[in-house]
Design a protein around this ligand. Structure first.
Ligand code: HEC
Length: 154
């Protein structure tokens, strides 16, 4: 009885994970929620998350993390397109000594992910630093996928 119930759901889960890993468009757009074009590449995250708001009303990161107009970005973290990658990947956190903003192939320990998820170990506030809305679970999953695939400058 238990086996008969478990088998189909295990198969469905397996197919789902495989589809997502392969970058299957249909699955990705299911997960991408208010940013239908979001996929696990740096350029897509830059365009859809760092530089844009979305229909959920979430703030664009560069609302604060920018040098435009001579501004001083918080903790020196500019997410402007010309410097975002080199400001994140392999770069130590300023707010939490010992943490690293993005660790290639290790989303679980990447501090940017902790800040987006609002984990209890963060210093300061959950990002975006507004009253919300925050990123959806699906958006965070896609960002985690980019990191776990090596956080390439793609
Ligand atoms: C309303 C302004 C604002 C917005 C929007 C915002 N941030 Fe921040 N961010 C801050 C401030 C201020 C800090 C420093 C204080 C803190 O950590 O709470 C910070 C800190 C951070 C840090 C920690 C950096 C370090 O070296 O410790 C990360 C990572 C970060 N933000 C990422 C993001 C991302 C990604 C987004 C977009 C999803 C975002 N932020 C949106 C204001 C903002």
């Amino acid at each position: 009885m238990t086996r008969r119930l478990l088998a189909p759901s295990a198969l469905a889960l397996c197919l789902c994970v495989l589809g997502f890993a392969a970058g299957c468009d249909e699955k990705l757009s299911d997960v991408a929620g208010p940013t239908p074009g979001l996929d696990p590449t740096f350029s897509s995250i830059q365009e859809n998350i760092f530089e844009s708001s979305d229909s959920s009303g979430r703030a664009a990161c560069i609302q604060c993390h920018t040098r435009q107009g001579g501004r001083n970005p918080p903790l020196g973290l500019s997410l402007d397109h010309d410097v975002a990658y080199q400001s994140l990947v392999g770069v130590p956190s300023v707010g939490k000594p010992g943490a690293v903003r993005v660790i290639p192939s290790d989303a679980e320990n990447s501090y940017m992910v902790h800040k987006l998820e609002g984990r209890s170990d963060i210093v300061g506030q959950r990002m975006p630093r507004t009253a919300g809305p925050f990123l959806t679970e699906g958006q965070i999953r896609i960002i985690r996928r980019w990191i776990d695939q090596g956080a390439q400058n793609n």
